[in-house]
Design a protein around this ligand. Structure first.
Ligand code: ATR
Length: 279
């Protein structure tokens, strides 16, 4: 990578930041499209996050991604947030305008839907069953509601968190007990795991897919391992499987396009390049 004095600079802030895959992912695209630009990891501690974000225009930075634990602080620090970020109270992408204005958005839901559409192009919005009720579930439910799904059944170990989401999203969200998760699969047109269960080092996700229609895609947002036990079970019975890494790749597209002026593509080569670092 050789930069000129005109290079555009973007990056990702988090604490810690060393685990982030985003520099590798954006770096691949910068190289692929021959862009005079850089995307760097920036470790920012919680006490400095607002000051760092407010300083971006002064440093001539094009924008940043925001990762754990700064997404809520970023929402408060930007000048303007788009509708999705407002409904989530969390920002993962900041664009610095020509006038220095900071605009925040949340692209997790976009990434979720874009990867679903790319993997199962014929999917039409039907009832969805969501496992988990954390921050990831909130973004995904928002996107599913916006995509006009008729019903979302949410089941979470801590029922109260699922009820909070149901209160937020209205009548289309129905809460089921965690113990009822197998029965909640009946009639679903899509199953999404938003919990950390099944991740390398975490507990197993104990679920029996027998009641799930075989046409329903199974989407796991866990991407280490690439094929989780849930996806293996789904694939073995003939359900379409949707790997979690794709959501991460797709959610990066809007930021890259805004900062560097090229609409980037999610390709198998990109996926393999990012996977290499997970191996
Ligand atoms: P994120 O914001 O990334 O979604 P999170 O808020 O920690 O992360 O949510 C993790 C999800 O995994 C939650 O739904 C959590 O359930 P609780 O709300 O009951 O904590 C779920 N989860 C984590 N470990 C679990 C376990 N051992 N059994 C069942 N669910 C689990």
């Amino acid at each position: 990578m050789i930069l000129t004095g005109k290079a555009k600079i973007a990056g990702v802030i988090g604490w810690p930041i060393s685990h982030s895959l985003s520099p590798r992912l954006h770096g691949f695209w910068l190289d692929e499209y021959g862009i005079d630009g850089a995307y760097i990891p920036i470790a920012v501690s919680p006490e400095n996050v607002t000051e760092v974000i407010r300083s971006l225009p002064k440093m001539g930075i094009a924008g940043i991604n925001v990762t754990v634990p700064h997404k809520e602080a970023a929402f408060r620090a930007v000048d303007e947030a788009d509708a999705v970020a407002q409904s989530m109270g969390a920002v993962n992408t900041i664009v610095v305008g020509a006038d220095g204005k900071l605009t925040g958005s949340n692209t997790d839901g976009f990434g979720f839907m874009a990867h679903l559409g790319a993997t199962v192009p014929g999917w039409t919005a039907g009832p969805v069953t969501v496992l988990g009720a954390g921050g990831a579930a909130r973004g995904i439910c928002r996107a599913l509601i916006d995509a006009a799904v008729p019903e979302i059944q949410i089941t979470n170990r801590t029922r109260a968190r699922a009820e909070t989401l149901a209160d937020e999203f209205g009548d289309r969200v129905v809460v089921r007990d965690w113990d009822e998760r197998n029965a909640a699969l009946e009639g679903a047109s899509l199953l999404v795991n938003t919990t950390t269960l099944g991740m390398a080092g975490a507990d197993d996700l104990e679920i029996d897919l027998a009641a799930l229609p075989t046409a329903a895609p199974v989407y796991d947002i866990v991407y280490t391992p690439r094929i989780t036990p849930l996806l293996a079970q789904a694939g073995a019975r003939g359900n379409p499987v949707i790997e979690g890494l794709g959501m991460l790749l797709h959610q990066a597209r809007p930021g890259f396009a805004a900062w560097f002026g090229v609409e980037p593509e999610v390709t198998p080569a990109l996926r393999d390049f990012v996977l290499e670092s997970l191996a």
